[in-house]
Every structure is written in structure tokens, then in C-alpha cells.
Write a protein that binds this ligand. Structure first.
Ligand code: ATP
Ligand code: MG
Length: 461
């Protein structure tokens, strides 16, 4: 997984105070790795710096010769209200405090202030800026690489998902991730865990569809020796393993009803009992449940507990289907080609244009996983450096008939195909110095077809 944004730039802080001793004290109190301090004894110079370099935070004295802190506040707020200005004064008065806040000051402090008190007071402000800088940094990273925590995608639907994950990850206790099969729900769970609160226990997965009914509860909650036949020793359940971390319940729709009841209780009370034990154990566990099934329909059919559903779905994240991700198909295709090419030690550069068109024709009921499989298949089959139609699996090639790959003129709704077709013809002809048989062979069409198409596009050898 891409690392949590470690390269975040430091928060820039301008400190302005006409008394050098006071300035030095403030700077000493705030000297830390992720703060970049800029000190000014002259408020005019300080303001110049602020307008030029836009620090995140300004800490300024009020009573200063030349330019007062109040005036400076007004100028900064007018220039950029996202800069936080903290005013300090040895002449504290409620009136001036009220005036400062009304004018947009982030805080108003009484001088002198002890170093640790200053740090404590400003900590929330700095952490807000830290989060904002990290979010900006991440946004830039996603925009440049079209990857967010191992998810490839640059479509509006995926950006929406990324932003939801970032907003939700630090706060949720339980969450439902829904979406068709193969849409990357597991990757979403990993991202939620990854962007979760700083100090974290592990991400512990349980695939509910892979477990027989009788084992569920001992798996989740553990058991003590002798709890049932075959319980020869104590066993720690997944809830306890996930303490301070995240429990990922995949395919939650396959969890037996009785276990659902116990899960609900564990979520509500944040405590569990090992099977066969009367002792309750406190656990601090966040739960991500994933499903490709329609839980509402399952509730109606009395296969899923409604109370558990509401407990889990206060926040619901929907993984968009591949068809909903405008423009992501080529990105994902390239991503998988690169991965399989390196895995198989082949130098594959991409897909022919018509193979790409064929992929675009498909409706991808298996979503990203299906695309991954198709590209994997093609990367095994391909002989040269470009994947062509013949390298794609049968069920994708079946679509060929519906599409003018070689012989018929393209239907009008594929207007842009004309342009590409002309380019392909021209490129093929150029490659073989205008030799028509050679070009026809390259394009895998007959000479007659080639001539017909050249004529249509007004091309000559
Ligand atoms: N945005 C993406 N970028 C790159 N790979 C992806 C993306 N989404 C999914 N994948 C890959 O597709 C495959 C399927 O993803 P995943 O297992 O997370 O799907 P799922 O939603 O859990 O499906 P199911 O409901 O069938 O369990 C995985 O190999 C995963 O790495
Ligand atoms: Mg899954």
C-alpha cells in the first residue's frame, strides 16, 4: 500500500512581535520539526512576508509601532481568510478580544504565556492545518498518479469515493461497504484502515462465506477449553485479535442469523465473551462489513437482521461498478498490463486499438476483477508486444460480431472511430512504404478491404 503521506510539507508560521526578547521566547516555545517559523520584529516586514509567502498561521502581538496587530489582522483576513491569525497582548481586554474574533482572528491570547500553555492552546489549530496539508498533498498525489491507496482510478465516481474514505476513516465505528462483485470492496476496507486514526491495531479479515455455521462464534469471539466437544484449549477470537484495530467482515450477508445477533451485541457493548466463559472482555474494535448482496431484500426475506443492518449502515460506502467509472477502463487496463507484463517477464506495451474497442464494448458484470482476469489471460496469450483481439478470451471476442472490427463500415454513433481508422491505415501504409499487401497483413484484413477503406478515407499508397 502506498505509504501514509509522509512527505507532507511543514506548517509555515509567521511570528511578529516588536520586542526581540518576546519574539525569541515565542519561537523557542514553538520550535518543532513540522513547524517552519519565520520571526519578524518589524510588523511591516512581517506583513510583506505574509502576502508574499502565505504562511498557514500568523502569531502577532497587538501593540506595535507602525502597524498594530489589529490592522495586520484585517489586512491578512482580507487577503486570505484561510490564514489563521492569533493575536497576543499584554493588555488583555474583553472588548479587544471580542473585536479580534469578530474581525476573524483564530484566537486571542494573554501575554505572557508559558511555553507549554502556548503549545497546548495552538495544538488544535496546528493539527487542523496538518490535516489540510496532508489532504492537499494526497489530492495532488492522486491527481498525478490516478492511484489512491492501491486503487487505480481517476473518474468522478472514484474521486467521490476517495474523498468519502478520507472523511470517514478517522471517525467511523462500523461501516457497510456495498457494491457489485469485483468492484474492489476489499481495497476500500484496506484504505479505510490505512487512513484510520494514528495508532492502530491490525486489520483482521474474516470471509463469512468461507466458514461453516458452527464455527462462526468461536472464530469471532473465541472459546475456553471444554466449551464444546473438540475445544481442547483456549482460543482467542478475531474480535480480540482486532483489539484497537479493524475487523473486516467480508460477505456479511453469509453470516448466520444467530451470529448476527451476537455481533450486534458486541458492537453495541464493545465487549465480548469467549464461548464457555462468563467473563466479559472489553474490546475496542472498528468493524467494516462488506457485501455484494442486497441486504434490504435479505431483511425482507428475514435472512438478515434489520437492527444489525442499521447499526452497520449508518455510514454506507458504495463501490461504483466499472461502467460507472468514466474513463477508468484504459487506466485500469494499462495498470494490469504493466503488472502482468512484469509478472510474466514479457515486454507488453499495450493493446491494439481494436482490442481496446472490444473491451469498451463489454459490460463487465464482474467489474475490475473481470478486467484483471481478461488482461491476465491476454498477457499470457500474447506473442508480441501488443495485445490484439485474438489474445482476448473467447467471451470477449464473441462481441466482435456486433462491432465493425474489419469488414463493415462503422455505424454513425462511432464517429470518432473514423478518425482512428484513418490514422491506423496511414500508419500501417507508412510502415511498409505504401505496400498494400504488407499493410493489409499488418492490419489483418484482406487487400480488398484495405483498398475499400483507403478509398473511403481518400488515402493512396
Ligand atoms: N480500483 C482498483 N484498482 C486496481 N485494482 C483493483 C481496483 N478495484 C479492484 N481491483 C482488483 O480487483 C480484484 C477484485 O477486488 P476485490 O476483491 O476488492 O473485489 P470485491 O468488491 O471484494 O469483490 P467480491 O464482492 O466478489 O468479493 C482484486 O484483485 C483487486 O486488487
Ligand atoms: Mg471481496
Amino acid at each position: 500500500m502506498t505509504d501514509r503521506m509522509t512527505g507532507v510539507r511543514p506548517i509555515s508560521v509567521a511570528i511578529i512581535d516588536d520586542r526581540p526578547a518576546s519574539l525569541e521566547l515565542l519561537a523557542a516555545a514553538l520550535r518543532r520539526d513540522d513547524l517552519q517559523l519565520h520571526c519578524f520584529a518589524d510588523p511591516e516586514l512581517g506583513l510583506e512576508f505574509i502576502l508574499d509567502r502565505q504562511p498557514q498561521v500568523v502569531l502577532t502581538d497587538i501593540v506595535m509601532p507602525g502597524l498594530s496587530g489589529m490592522e495586520l489582522l484585517e489586512r491578512v483576513v482580507e487577503f486570505d481568510p484561510s490564514i489563521d491569525v492569533v493575536l497576543m497582548t499584554a493588555f488583555y481586554s474583553t472588548e479587544s478580544a471580542v473585536e479580534a474574533i469578530r474581525k476573524g482572528a483564530a484566537d486571542y491570547l494573554d501575554k505572557p504565556i508559558a511555553p507549554h500553555a502556548l503549545r497546548t492552546r495552538l495544538a488544535p489549530l496546528f493539527s487542523r492545518h496538518r490535516a489540510r496539508l496532508a489532504a492537499l498533498e494526497l489530492e495532488k498525489h492522486v491527481a498525478e498518479n490516478a492511484v489512491f491507496a492501491d486503487m487505480v482510478g481517476n473518474s468522478p465516481a472514484m474521486w467521490h469515493l476517495y474523498s468519502q474514505i478520507q472523511r470517514i476513516a478517522p471517525h467511523y465505528r462500523a461501516i457497510l461497504v456495498s457494491g457489485q462483485t469485483g468492484t474492489g470492496k476489499e481495497l476500500i476496507a484496506k484504505a479505510l484502515h490505512h487512513f484510520g486514526p494514528g495508532t492502530q491495531g491490525p486489520l483482521v479479515p474474516l470471509n463469512c462465506s468461507a466458514l461453516v455455521e458452527s464455527l462462526f462464534e468461536s472464530e469471532l469471539f473465541g472459546h475456553v477449553k471444554g466449551a464444546f466437544t473438540g475445544a481442547t484449549q483456549d482460543k482467542v477470537g478475531l474480535f480480540e485479535h482486532a483489539h484497537n484495530g479493524t475487523l473486516f467482515l467480508d460477505e456479511i450477508g453469509d453470516m448466520p442469523l444467530a451470529t448476527q445477533g451476537k455481533l450486534l451485541r458486541a458492537l453495541q457493548d464493545q465487549e465480548i465473551q469467549r464461548l464457555g466463559s462468563l467473563q466479559s472482555r472489553k474490546v475496542n474494535v472498528r468493524v467494516i462489513a462488506a457485501t455484494h448482496r442486497n441486504l434490504r431484500a435479505m431483511i425482507a426475506a428475514q435472512q438478515f437482521r434489520e437492527d444489525l443492518f442499521y447499526r452497520l449502515s449508518m455510514i454506507e460506502l458504495k463501490a461504483p461498478s466499472l461502467l460507472e467509472r468514466d474513463g477508468d477502463l484504459p487506466l485500469l487496463t494499462r495498470h494490469f498490463v504493466a503488472r502482468f507484463a512484469s509478472q510474466f517477464g514479457k515486454s507488453i506495451t499495450g493493446l491494439t486499438y481494436r482490442a481496446q474497442l472490444l473491451l469498451r464494448q463489454h459490460d463487465w458484470p464482474g467489474n475490475v476483477r473481470e478486467l484483471e482476469n481478461v488482461i491476465g489471460h491476454a498477457c499470457i496469450m500474447v506473442m508480441g508486444s501488443l495485445i490484439d483481439i485474438g489474445d482476448l478470451p473467447e467471451f470477449i471476442r464473441g462481441k466482435q460480431g456486433q462491432f465493425p472490427v474489419a469488414d463493415q463500415p462503422p455505424p454513425p454513433e462511432f464517429g470518432s472511430l473514423e478518425k482512428h481508422e484513418r490514422r491506423l491505415l496511414a500508419e500501417a501504409l507508412a510502415k511498409v512504404n505504401g505496400n498494400q499487401s504488407g499493410a493489409a497483413r499488418l492490419l489483418r484484413i484482406s487487400r480488398d478491404t484495405l483498398r475499400y477503406r483507403m478509398k473511403k478515407h481518400g488515402l493512396s499508397s
